[in-house]
Design a protein around this ligand. Structure first.
Ligand code: BGC
Length: 420
């Protein structure tokens, strides 16, 4: 057995020497991709990308770093770059892309972008993160949005609950679900998940005005306002509907509670839909998707983009092929149907999308046209990472009862000031 193995290995080595040129080009045509798509739904979507790329002759080296929202992935990325070993391509969000571009670490994608006309089809809200100093430095694969509610339809029907359209209706619905013995809100106590809910709650209290002043302009008056205190009060109310084991739970396990009929709702970005689909559930029949009450008409978005690190000419061809695959309209449809997000191009038909996807596409376009589209604070599209993390700390400490709402507001003002 041993001898057969070594004979085989030797065969491969000889083969490698004999076809030297072929081996070199095979090495050129591979990409190492660092990402945080490790849940069931995310992995299915990732496979669409992997297979598409492999059909274009580029092989995929997987570098998954578990952890929703990508914080852990960004820590690993920093360590890899510091060690002089940057991956070829990296899933990245908003301000992180801009920060790496400002460090001069990202490759210039202008020639492929010009050839394929990206300027004309990618919404300006995404170009703001995908371009730096006039150069394309990342390829946007999707648009997600964070102000969604995912509900178990059976539980809603059984309890005679109509889709809540206001905060008060939401609270009444959660009371009913809790009284019936279900967990009302499926939640995972991780800072980024708390912050994802906070995106929607702040929008529900103060609309675009408060959201923008607080998270984009970082205006101390807005951060310290009575409306912000009201937002923290709403967070405390929601906290009373989670189960005892919420701390540290991954977001997809919270989705599973709704999927399995143990919990009524989850407040989460539309990547949650990927989990429902993976479990063979159908929108409108098994689950409901609707906007967080009192945020209808507004969209808080994030966009997963793939930034390419400058790793020299050797990996260039594969990087360009990856970027080009990502931007192809047919791929944008196939991928986003599975991922739960919507295309990052304005010229992709909604035909292949389910009811939630069609709603997502329509609302994104409308919010964009009416000036009601805002980058998600929780997902790095409203303010730089240091500010985002300072908000995370306060929101999570408050959610876990360390501060009351009045203290949280004061802490928020000083944390954001200190992070700038
Ligand atoms: C990303 C999604 C991902 C989610 C959970 C978000 O920040 O944009 O693609 O599915 O985190 O990991």
């Amino acid at each position: 057995m041993k001898r057969t193995l070594s004979k085989l290995a030797c065969g491969v080595a000889v083969c490698a020497i004999m076809t030297g040129a072929g081996v070199a080009s095979a090495a050129d045509s591979s990409v190492e991709v660092l990402h945080w798509w490790t849940s069931g739904g995310e992995a299915s979507a990732l496979n669409v990308l992997k297979e598409d790329l492999e059909s274009n002759g580029v092989s995929w080296k997987d570098m998954p770093v578990a952890g929703g929202g990508g914080e852990q992935a960004m820590t690993v990325l920093r360590a890899r770059v510091t060690a002089g070993n940057a991956p070829t391509a990296v899933q990245m969000l908003g301000f992180d892309i801009q920060d790496w571009a400002a460090e001069g670490a990202l490759a210039d994608l202008n020639s492929v972008a010009a050839k394929e006309g990206w300027d004309d089809v990618v919404p300006a809200a995404l170009q703001r993160f995908a371009k730096h100093d006039g150069k394309w430095i990342s390829a946007p694969v999707n648009v997600h949005s964070t102000n969604w509610v995912w509900a178990n339809k059976k539980i809603f029907d059984e309890l005679g609950i109509a889709q809540p359209a206001s905060w008060d209706e939401l609270v009444a619905a959660l009371d009913k679900i809790k009284a019936a013995g279900y967990t009302a809100v499926a939640h995972g106590g991780q800072a980024w998940q708390d912050a994802t809910i906070f995106d929607a709650v702040v929008m529900s209290v103060g609309g675009p005005d408060l959201y923008k002043k607080a998270f984009v302009d970082l205006d101390p008056a807005a951060l310290g306002s009575d409306q912000m205190k009201e937002a923290f009060d709403r967070m405390a109310t929601l906290r009373s509907y989670v189960d005892d084991n919420f701390s540290g739970r991954d977001w997809n396990l919270a989705s599973a509670m709704v999927i399995e009929g143990k919990a009524g709702v989850q407040f989460m970005g539309d990547w949650a839909k990927g989990e429902f689909l993976k479990a063979n559930l159908k929108p409108g029949e098994d689950f409901l998707c609707f906007r967080f009450p009192d945020t209808q008409g507004t969209v808080t978005f994030n966009s997963d983009q793939f930034a390419m690190f400058s790793i020299g000419e050797e990996g260039r061809d594969a990087q360009v092929k990856l970027a080009s695959s990502i931007m192809a309209p047919s791929f944008q449809s196939a991928f986003n149907v599975v991922k739960g997000s919507v295309p990052a191009r304005t010229d992709v038909s909604d035909e292949a999308f389910d009811a939630c996807g069609k709603k997502g596409m329509k609302e994104l376009a409308e919010a964009n046209a009416s000036g009601k589209l805002f980058g998600s604070m929780a997902h790095g599209h409203a303010s730089p990472a240091a500010v985002k993390n300072s908000i995370y700390d306060v929101v999570t400490a408050h959610f876990n009862g360390e501060f009351d709402s009045a203290e949280a507001v004061e802490e928020l003002v000083s944390a954001v000031e200190g992070a700038q």
